[in-house]
Design a protein around this ligand. Sequence first.
Ligand code: GLY
Length: 415
Amino acid sequence: MYIKFFLLSLILLFFSSSAYSQKDLSPSSLKQYNSIAINTELNWLKKGVVVAKIQLQKASTQYTPGHYPRSIWPDGEMRMANLGDWTAGFFPGSLWYAYEITQDKFFKEQAERFTSALNPLQFNKNTHDLGFLIFCSYGNGFRLTNNTKYKTVLLNASESLSSRFSETVGCIKSWDFERYSFPVIIDNMMNLELLLWASKKFDDEKYAQIAITHANTTLENHFRADNSSFHVIDYDPQTGNIMRKMTAQGYADDSAWSRGQAWGLYGFTMMYRETKNKVYLEQAKKIAAYIINSPNLPTDKIPYWDFNDPFIPHGYRDVSAATIMASALLELSTFEDSNRTYFNHAEKILKNLSDDLYLAKPYQNGFFILKHSVGNLPNYSEIDTPINYADYYYLEALIRYANITNIDLKKIASN
Ligand code: GLY
């Protein structure tokens, strides 16, 4: 099985590095990239920010709103996300973060263009991913511009997402695929942020109650004794009883799929931020301990795609899991961080991601910022490829890092 993945990766590497040539480089961007001093303490941060700026500048003029870069197919072609794709909000979200970092109106205009094409999604009741889709795009847009039209979209999306909640199960239903009865995936924790935000903004307890009930049910059922989590729990919608604990994207039902651990860490940290309920903080700390202390975590802290992949140390890395972990750990470090464990771990991830091994060269890598993520290995899908949500959480983590350390990212991005 792995030989096939390996060959696919080689083909991908060939196409992704050759499809975009150096002649595309604009002289000023290239000059800025080349002038990054090698031994400056913040060189890694500057390199990440400058590459992000260059890549997103190019990508936003290359694509059309409604069709968003998602990843790269094994043959080197761009894999695009349309409005039916759970990842469609990440590219607009990255553009908002680029605007936040640079304060450059160009990125604001691009973010607005790519965000507004997601407008029909606010009424979509067929997906739990509305949080990703709408909060990363419209949520960031509202936070940065106060555009009241965005607020309405966020309210409608909260209503649509809430329609998937079952009192009997105590959760929002994740997927409508026929092979499950009432599946709830650990990823779903991420979509609660939209509901908690809406509750506060519109002074309506209903949304927060749904989010809190979902988080409590997840806390009770998704975690194992070692604080790793199952990916999917399939519930009986009539009784709320658990029918099966399993995986969809991990190595095995009882393995620790890395991105799932990252979603859990981020989700419970966010729940603590929004509710101040210490139970969520304790859960986030337990998940962090599982990740940080795992003997299967490589020294550069970029996890293998599954902590129990039998091919470790030769398995694929998942940069997307690393960026979500970094962003979550930085937030966690602002709540409690004896010995700066969380901050240092996140910093190490971010520093290592600025290495050429992981960070794209300008105008290469399909204009994505980072390389080497895994989407869905058991499904032979998106293995060792750039992925839009790795870029999104990377930028978020850089912003959180700069806020914690009082670094002026705009200054870093502009000279
Ligand atoms: N929510 C799907 C994933 O993390 O791949």
